[in-house]
Design a protein around this ligand. Sequence first.
Ligand code: TEU
Ligand code: CA
Length: 541
Amino acid sequence: MKWWQNAVVYQIYPRSFQDSNGDGLGDIRGIIQRLDYLEELGIDAIWLSPVYQSPNDDNGYDISDYQAIHPEFGTMDDMDELIEEAKKRSIRIVMDLVVNHTSDEHEWFKDAKSGVNAKYRDYYIWRDPIDGEEPNDLKSTFSGSAWTFDENSQQYYLHLFSKKQPDLNWENPKMRQDIYKMMNFWLEKGIGGFRMDVIDLIGKVPDEKITDKGPRLHEFLQEMNHETFGQYDVMTVGETWSATPENAELFSGADRDELSMVFQFEHITLDQEPESKWALKALDLVELKTVLSKWQTSLSDSAWNSLFWNNHDTPRVVSRWGNDQEYRVESAKCFAVLLHLMKGTPYIYQGEEIGMTNRLVKDISEVKDIESINMYKEELENGKHSEELLNAINHKGRDNARTPMQWNDEMNAGFSKGTPWIAVNSNHNEINVEQAIADQESIFYTYKELIQYRKENEAVVLGAYNLLLPNHQQVFAYERTHKGNKIIVAANLSEESASIELPETSEKASVRFSNYDRKQVDSTEWILKPYECFVIENVNQ
Ligand code: TEU
Ligand code: CA
């Protein structure tokens, strides 16, 4: 078994985690100060969102120097100390690799823009206008065309994200070798691996409007593996919005020499219409159970699942699919138990472990995220009303995940002694780490116990998964079986009580992780309270 198969990964969005010097921005020294907290939680690795040199057009996902630390986050010495201090606590640092695009302020692009014969011109994707227009109707994820005209050379360049994030040309072998050199610079520092930003886009064929699943994608990933991380005992996780169980085998099969695992997003898109995430649709629990169960059962033993509800791009799950008012604690524990007892590597997004919630905005002036701001502008011009757009942003905007980590009930939730770059959620008085640590019944201790449980129970890591009650509209229940040892996991994801039937259990069966006061297993007819979850162990001992 690889270390990352029974590991739990904690994602830090550094800008919002802990500010150590009072400038209102989280930083690396702030993370070092909080390593004891993460050791207490029991996580094995930190996925660190970008801390590199960047103009912050997309909060660091627009990199202008891959081998320099943004001064707002600190110095390379701070980064080396973070890797060292984390290692002392058996925590690996997994860096964010953003190589589908650079910033337009990267030296390569500054050179490329200087003219058609520039040394780095072909590191990017340039095309002549067609009939005086963009080469085709490829769209940017951040609204508008994916092509921007460069007056100087009278050509368009491609950017699937903001115009300050020009796409790299992966057809260029010299460009690829420069990326591999950079990756080896980081691997030689002893990092634990890479999370790879939109990595399924590097095989794009723009002239045929192919963006994901391009013809050379797996060739590039195998080359990258052989030239860099394949020589280390590290973890790689690809962000692949196009993943299906079929291609996940190609990305993560043990014999593929590609990645350890991928983030698939099929469950994340269940509460939207096909056209966009902003077109809201109510989640259908049966669909959620079907999709997640498909991923649990269709990957072969040689491939591997990642498991997540949240990241820095998604609204917070307790607000999105739970109940962040009356049943906030109960529903947050339901999502923790459901995710952490599945097969795969679980990811915890900062604040998820204390049940942090979305933060509502009343006006677009409060919004920081380029994706939301560009959508608002574009849709306003298309005649949509501001209230409808703000409602969509309050449901799906990425700022929901980026409000500062809530450490205590003091000013700015203990995140910063200065003015935070983004408003702190006013519920930090009740929802914060200090309160959670002091309360044995807090969500924090459910996460801590689940992380420990994974380490002690091979059934959680390797057990076969089987969905129970597939058509129940309120209850998500499944069983895991390994070498005759079976556990049953059940959660009522509704505000009404729910009655279910469960398989016969042995005398020795016992209840674990109950978020109410359920103590024993006493029948096959169960009535679950609103947002009640529990695990039954020794089901058939
Ligand atoms: O996200 C890829 C991406 O497409 C998301 O931005 C998604 O489309 C959007 O959030 C709707 O859910 C990665 C990074 O995670 C994101 O933060 C960056 O903005 C993006 O790539 C560009 O680097
Ligand atoms: Ca700071």
